[in-house]
Each structure stands twice: as C-alpha cells, then as structure tokens.
Design a protein around this ligand. Structure first.
Ligand SMILES: *Cc1c(COP(=O)(O)O)cnc(C)c1O
Length: 423
C-alpha cells in the first residue's frame, strides 16, 4: 500500500491497488523487440507498447533522423508557419493514397484526431445548411478517451462512468459472423430511414475493433453499411488509429475496401512509437466549404499547441522511409504465416477459445479458468517469462513490432504455452 502513495506517478488506465501484487516495472533501456528493466531482465514487447511501435525500440535509422532534426528545428507553431519536414510528409502521405485524399490536418494524439474529424464533419454540414447533429457508431467501438471520442465509443468500462457528460449517439450492432449481416443491415436501413438526414457522420474502426477486444467483423458489412450511409449524405470517418500503417497488411485499411472515407484518422504507428502525432486526411471538396472571407466565420479554428511538431514529423518521415526501404508489407505476409501456425497450436489448450487473426493482429480468449481475472493472472505469469502481453479483460493478443524475428516469435509462443499450461 505504502509504495502506491509514495510514487508521484498516477498511471493511465490503472487501478493502483493492483500494483500491490503487480508492481510497475521501471524500464531503463530498449532495443529491437526487447524492453530491459533496471536489473537487465528483458521483456519481449508483444503488444508494440500499446500498438505504436512498428520497427522495434531504439531503431538506429529513426534515432539518427530524430537527432538530425533536433539539431535543425525542434518545433514551430503550424499556424502561419510550416517546415520542410511537414510539407514533405504531407505530400508523401497523400501520394500513398494515390491522392484520393488531398489535405492533412494534424493533431498530436488519436483522440484529438477523432475530435477533429467529428467537428469538421459537423461544421462542414452546418456551413452548407444541413442540420446534422447526430453521429452513427458501431456497438463495442473505441475511439479514445476525450469526451467527444468517448461519446462515439461504446466500451462500457471506459465510457459508463462519464455517460452523463457525453453527447448521445445512434449506434448499430456489428455482425461478427456473416449470417447476421442481413439483419444488421436491415436495422441500419430502418434507422437511416428515420434519422439518416440528421446524421453528420458514421464513424468506425475498419475490420477490427481493437480496444473492444480484438473483434473482427466482415468486409461485406463494412462496405454495405458505409454505402448505405453515403446514400443518405452521411460522411464516413475511418478510425485507422490502431489498424492503419500496415497493421492489417496494407498501409491503410481502407485500401482493402471499396470505400474511400471522407475522413481518415491516423496516429499510433505513424511515428513508429517515437513521438505523439496524429493526422486526419480529408478532401479538397471538404476543405473548400470552409474557404471564405474571415468575417464569414467559416474557418475551422481547431488547434493544439504541438500540432505538426517537427521532431514527431521527422520520425514520421523516417517511418515512411522504412516502409519504402524494406518492403515491410511483403515481409509481414510471411511473418504472419509463421505466427499463425504457432497461434493455431494453442487450440489444444482447454482454456483457450476464439482464436482469431487479421493481418498482424493475433488474439484468443481465456476460458474455463478458476480466476476472477484470468487475463491479469496470465499477464503476471507472462511477465515472469519475459513477455509483455498486457490483456484486454480475458482477451490475450499478440500485436508485435514488424521487425520481430522468427526466432523471437518461437520464443514468444513457447512462453505463452508454458503460461497456459501453468494456469
Ligand atoms: C488508441 C486509439 C484511439 C485513441 O488514441 P490516443 O492516442 O490513445 O488518444 C482512438 N481510436 C482507436 C481505434 C485507438 O486504438
């Protein structure tokens, strides 16, 4: 008890009493997939430090680019100013979309990107004279922790406490298997018929609801639901904060759909886990709506102090360099096969169910165990094995940095098996 009160740090997403039996670990250094504590014990970062780290820790190339930038320019406000790095980055990022998008609006974390997309959609509609003050969401979705992002999210654990502070949203069921798609689409059609013209945007995490428990849903639903919304003039917001930047096999998840969203939110992996940065990609046809004399009050007056930070952008440019230099996406196809064969071996454990995967996301649920919190039990034992596998409830997931080697993958799954056998 005493130690919790002695530490000056109030950790995120944490009930501090848990630290009575799982003390927080001080990490002194890191290299590749390994984090090292003060005693030199290594932990394989199986969850990319909350899904941000794509190329391992202390990457020599990103380090050098960051150092180089620090000697030139650390930061300048992005209102009225820009820098070479951010001009390059914006052009490169838009080129990666084949210029399906033409504008980048920057912020400094995922939740803020969501706020930007929601506000931009609402504001755009207001300017063109459409009173659309509602948002449509998927059940079990997660879009971040700020009040707007929490409003469009649906993970009760994070949301319920603050419900009185949140704006109301419309939400629809997610059909996780294909035979429930027709019913879900019918429900959506009914909802749209009643309220479609009042909805500003439909926000969704394409393919995988990550914080909602690594739940995967079919492309047919995603595409048809978006198309139906488009027919009602509703904007589409893809939250690719977790699934973008190669995590699902393509640089952007939307590339795997027939949909080009009106707003595309990116964060997490875009700096390969180095510095906070987020960006909302959108279109000239939306930008144009805000363009007028100052007195028209049409400007989008949203900003954050650190918007477009030059150090973060240097890391983001380095991240794109690495994608280009090493054909990461092709390598991941092979890596995925190796991981998948290890993952499927877990089927033999009676405490494992719902094994699933998409791209470089791999997950299973713990079941039939006598613990109040099986996930936490697993987590603790995995740490002893030198594996960082922070769970989501009883869902265990593997979402490694893309540079993980075959040998390291084998080591992870040997550890996972030992932990499962011990439960
Ligand atoms: C992490 C996450 C967010 C929030 O990003 P933060 O940087 O943590 O604010 C939003 N949406 C999704 C899908 C996420 O995974």
């Amino acid at each position: 008890m005493a130690s919790a009160f002695l530490s000056p740090i109030w950790h995120p997403c944490t009930q501090h009493k848990d630290h009575e039996f799982i003390p927080p670990i001080c990490i002194s250094s890191a290299k590749g997939v390994y984090l090292y504590d003060e005693k030199g014990k290594g932990y394989i970062d199986c969850i990319s430090s909350w899904w941000v780290n794509l190329f391992g820790h202390s990457h020599p190339y990103i380090n050098s680019k960051l150092y180089e930038q620090a000697q030139k320019l650390e930061h300048v406000l992005l209102a009225g100013f820009f820098h070479e790095g951010i001009m390059n980055y914006s052009q490169r990022l838009l080129a990666k979309t084949n210029f399906e998008f033409q504008k980048c609006f920057y912020a400094d974390n995922g939740s803020s990107a969501i706020e930007v997309a929601l506000k931009m959609s609402f504001h755009k509609n207001l300017i063109i004279g459409q009173k659309r003050h509602k948002f449509l969401t998927l059940e079990n979705s997660y879009h971040g922790e700020t009040l707007g992002a929490l409003s469009v999210g649906d993970v009760g654990l994070y949301r319920d406490t603050y419900a009185p502070l949140l704006f109301k949203v419309l939400s629809i069921q997610v059909p996780y298997d294909s035979h429930t798609i027709p019913k879900a689409l019918q429900d959506l059609e009914n909802l749209l018929r009643n309220e479609g013209t009042q909805i500003s945007a439909f926000i969704l995490e394409p393919f995988v609801q990550c914080a909602g428990g690594m739940k995967i849903y079919p492309k047919e639903f995603l595409e048809q639901a978006c198309q139906m919304c488009k027919n009602y003039g509703i904007d589409i917001i893809f939250d690719e904060i977790a699934v973008g930047f190669g995590r699902l096999g393509s640089l952007f998840a939307y590339e795997q759909t027939g949909i080009v969203p009106d707003f595309l939110c990116l964060s997490k992996g875009i700096t390969a886990g180095y510095l906070p940065l987020s960006v909302v990609l959108t279109h000239n046809r939306i930008f144009e709506v805000f363009y007028d004399e100052y007195e028209s009050k049409k400007a989008f007056l949203h900003s954050h102090s650190y918007t477009g930070n030059a150090l973060a952008i240097a890391c983001a440019n380095a991240t794109l360099d690495l994608f280009e230099q090493e054909d990461i996406l092709s390598c991941n196809i092979l890596k995925r096969e190796v991981i998948l064969s290890c993952l499927l071996e877990l089927e033999s454990f009676s405490c494992v169910e719902n094994i699933r995967s998409k791209g470089m996301i791999f997950a299973f649920d713990l079941c039939n165990l006598p613990y109040k919190r099986a996930g936490i039990e697993f987590y603790q034992r995995a740490l002893k094995e030198g594996l960082l596998l922070r769970p989501l409830g009883n869902t265990i997931y593997f979402m490694p940095p893309f540079i993980i080697s075959e040998e390291e993958i084998k080591k992870v799954f040997e550890g996972i098996k030992r932990v499962l056998a011990s439960l």
